[in-house]
Design a protein around this ligand. Structure first.
Ligand code: ATP
Ligand code: HSE
Length: 307
C-alpha cells in the first residue's frame, strides 16, 4: 500500500446531449479534485461551497467508493485522509456523482498499487453510476459514445470523439437542486415505436455530425423524445430555451444530464453574449435565479499526480 499522497483531477460532464439518453456525454473544463492518502484515522476535508452539506464521515461517497476498491483488490480497507473540492455544483446535471466516483476509484487504485486497469476502473464506475454517459467523459475526456455491454463481465464498449475545435458550452445552472433519481422517476416505462425511431435517428445523426464537425446539423440532431418532454415540467424555462436557442446564437440545446442545468452549444465564444441575454429573459420570466458559465470541452479526462 502506498503511503504517498495522490491528487486526482476529474472533469465534469454533460450527459445525453439531447437524444443520446444514457449513452452520449461530453467532458467540460470544470473540475473536481480528490486528494487521498493512507492515514492513522479517517478524516474527510471538503473545500469550498459546492461540497457544503456533504457528509464528512465514512458515509461520504468518496470514502465508500475507495473502501469498495480496496475490498475488491483483496486488501484491508485502510484509514484515509481525503481532501476534496468541486468547481461544479452538485445535483445540477453536471455529473458530480460520476466525477466523485471516478476520482475516488483512480486515487484508491494508486494507493493500492494499481491492481486494476483503466478499463476495469471504467467498468466499476459505470456499474456504480448505472450508465456510462457521465463516467466516460470524466475518465477519458472529449465526447464519449458508450453503451452497456451485452454481458456483465464484458468491457464497456466506447468510442471517444474529439469535440469540434471552436465549439463552446454555455451552461445555464439554476439555483435549485434536482436529483437524478427524481428526474429518472419522471420518465415513462414504455415508449411508442415512433418516439424510439425518432431518437435512434437523431442520436445517430448527432454522433455523425459531431464526428465530422458539422455544427450546422446540431440544432436538428439534438431533438429528443425520450426524456426532455417528461422532465420539462421539473425545469422551468427548458421548453422555451430548447424551442428558440438556435434563433439566439446557439447551434443546439439540450437538458444537461438529468437537469436542471440547460446546455446551449455555440460555434464560437462570440455567440455567447446574445445567447446569455435570451436565456436571461426566459429565466427571469419564470422568476428562477441561475448562473451561466461558458465552458470549453475537456479533452484530457482524469489526471493523476503522486506527491
Ligand atoms: N465530491 C463529492 N463527495 C461526496 N459526494 C458527492 C460528491 N460529488 C457528488 N456527490 C454525491 O452525488 C450526489 C449528486 O448526484 P446526482 O446524480 O443527483 O447529481 P449530479 O451527478 O450532479 O447530476 P447528473 O447525474 O444529472 O449529471 C450528491 O448529492 C452527493 O451525494
Ligand atoms: N443519462 C442520465 C444522466 C444523469 O445521471 C439521465 O439523464 O438520467
Amino acid at each position: 500500500m502506498s503511503s504517498k499522497r495522490v491528487r486526482v483531477t476529474v472533469p465534469s460532464s454533460t450527459a445525453n446531449l439531447g437524444p443520446g439518453f444514457d449513452t452520449l456525454g461530453m467532458a467540460l473544463q470544470l473540475y473536481s479534485v480528490v486528494e487521498m492518502q493512507v492515514s492513522e484515522q479517517t478524516t474527510i476535508e471538503l473545500i469550498g461551497k459546492e461540497l457544503q452539506g456533504t457528509p464528512t464521515d465514512k458515509s461520504n461517497l468518496l470514502y465508500v467508493i475507495a473502501a469498495e476498491l480496496f475490498q475488491q483488490a483483496g486488501l484491508a480497507v485502510p484509514e484515509l485522509h481525503i481532501r476534496a473540492s468541486s468547481e461544479a455544483p452538485l445535483t445540477r446535471g453536471l455529473g458530480s456523482s460520476a466525477a466523485a466516483i471516478v476520482g475516488a476509484l483512480v486515487a484508491a487504485n494508486h494507493l493500492a498499487g494499481e491492481p486494476f486497469t483503466r478499463d476495469q476502473l471504467f467498468a466499476m464506475a459505470v456499474k456504480k453510476e448505472g450508465h456510462p454517459d457521465n463516467v466516460g467523459p470524466s475518465f477519458f475526456g472529449g465526447i464519449i459514445v458508450a453503451t452497456m455491454p451485452e454481458k456483465e463481465d464484458q468491457p464497456i464498449p466506447y468510442i471517444c470523439l474529439a469535440p469540434p475545435a471552436a465549439m463552446r458550452a454555455l451552461v445555464v445552472i439554476p439555483d435549485y437542486a434536482l436529483s437524478t433519481e427524481k428526474a429518472r422517476n419522471a420518465l415513462p416505462q414504455v415508449y411508442s415505436k415512433q418516439d424510439v425511431i425518432y431518437n435512434v435517428g437523431h442520436s445517430s445523426l448527432l454522433v455523425a455530425a459531431l464526428a465530422q464537425g458539422r455544427l450546422d446539423l446540431l440544432g436538428q440532431a439534438m431533438g429528443d423524445r425520450l426524456h426532455q418532454p417528461y422532465r420539462a415540467p421539473l425545469v422551468p424555462g427548458l421548453e422555451e430555451i430548447l424551442a428558440a436557442a438556435t434563433d439566439n446564437g446557439a447551434v443546439g440545446a439540450a437538458l444537461s444530464g438529468a437537469g436542471p442545468t440547460i446546455l446551449c452549444l455555440t460555434a464560437s465564444d462570440s455567440e455567447c453574449e446574445r445567447l446569455k441575454s435570451f436565456v436571461d429573459q426566459v429565466m427571469r420570466g419564470h422568476g428562477i435565479s441561475y448562473q451561466t458559465m461558458v465552458l470549453q470541452p475537456d479533452e484530457h479526462g482524469v489526471q493523476v499526480e503522486v506527491q
